[in-house]
Design a protein around this ligand. Structure first.
Ligand SMILES: Nc1nc2c(ncn2[C@@H]2O[C@H](COP(=O)(O)OP(=O)(O)OP(=O)(O)O)[C@@H](O)[C@H]2O)c(=O)[nH]1
Ligand SMILES: [Mg+2]
Length: 303
């Protein structure tokens, strides 16, 4: 046997993380990567764009695609954009990770399952948030019921937030990847720029601080992103739909906006490994979330 044949073949492929909103898809991606790449919150529909998280070692490069939760409240343009962003990756990947919440099977999960019926790629079902189950003996009957609904390649109970079953998920995925050279340099973590990630971090703080008060009608746009040797200077604008929402974000004496800005700056500094100077503005742009043209201008273009 030649030396070449003796070597273990390198594997590489794409894995979409799909499921309804709020089941823990982005949390799972972050725990697989070991860094906080994709923003997360208690509020459904936190992720709005596809984002690649790339994990490489000597033998395997796995390119995960985090997606917005597939949902059925898809009236407005931004909701349609999000469903498109999620659905469009499904057809082009080597493996699908279908994430659901333990003990909770909803119409939206059912709708995701229906989309799977026409897919060729193997599907691994991740039954997440098992740490939240009060009656542990309920889990097996739940899993066997859901498992019978589809020819899942694997079914893995997990608690992404606690790091439970992360290795098992990675191994199950790796076994299904095709033989390929690496698609990306080994040290590349994502396809997204620091500029994009900065906007996402600001949006995360916004959703986490004001998720209850604000409906799904704010977005963040980076107007200026300059980097020199010792500092990143960011000018960002938060767009909302109404004056009332603007007032909520700014808060009494500007305290709320300041708090959002400070939290975001710290996270951006940690991620970029550099000092950050950040200027945050809030502007009203009525109807942006249901206006295709405005959406494109705000970064909701082709996926
Ligand atoms: N208890 C518990 N909470 C979890 C677990 N995984 C995720 N969560 C929480 O569930 C909430 C939603 O997590 P996300 O990762 O943002 O969910 P998502 O599926 O990406 O949501 P969308 O982007 O809105 O589709 C957050 O508050 C997470 O901390 C888990 O294993 N156990
Ligand atoms: Mg998400």
């Amino acid at each position: 046997m030649s030396k070449l044949e003796n070597m273990i073949a390198h594997r590489c492929g794409y894995v979409a993380i799909i499921g309804r909103p709020n089941v823990g898809k982005s949390t799972l991606l972050n725990h697989i990567l070991g860094i906080k790449l994709s923003i997360t919150s208690r509020k459904p529909q936190t992720t709005r764009h596809q984002i690649l998280g790339i994990k490489s070692d000597e033998y395997v490069q796995t390119v995960y695609v985090d997606t917005p939760g597939l949902h059925q409240r898809s009236g407005s343009a931004i909701n349609k954009y999000m469903n498109r962003a999620a659905a469009s990756v499904m057809a082009d990947v080597d493996v699908l990770l279908f994430v659901i919440q333990a003990m909770s099977w909803t119409e939206e999960d059912e709708a995701v399952l229906q989309r799977l019926e026409v897919m060729d790629a193997p599907v691994i079902l991740v039954v997440n948030k098992i740490d939240q189950i009060s009656n542990k003996e309920d889990l097996l009957p739940f899993i066997s019921k859901v498992s019978s609904r589809y020819k899942f390649h694997d079914v893995i109970p997990a608690a992404a937030l606690k790091g439970v079953s992360i290795d098992q998920i990675e191994q199950a995925v790796a076994a299904l990847l095709p033989e390929n050279e690496a698609f990306y340099p080994e040290d590349q973590l994502t396809n997204r720029s620091m500029r994009f990630l900065a906007a996402e971090i600001v949006r995360e703080k916004l959703v986490r601080e004001l998720g209850q008060e604000l409906p799904y009608t704010s977005t963040v746009s980076i107007d200026k992103y300059d980097e020199d040797d010792d500092m990143i200077r960011i000018h960002a604008t938060i767009y909302v739909e109404s004056k009332g929402q603007k007032a909520i974000i700014i808060g009494r004496k500007g305290e709320q906006l300041k708090s959002i800005g400070t939290q975001a700056r710290k996270d951006i500094e940690a991620m970029a490994g550099s000092k950050v100077y950040q200027n945050l503005w809030v502007k009203v742009r009525q109807g942006w979330s249901n206006d295709e043209q405005a959406l494109r201008g705000l970064g909701y273009g082709d996926n």
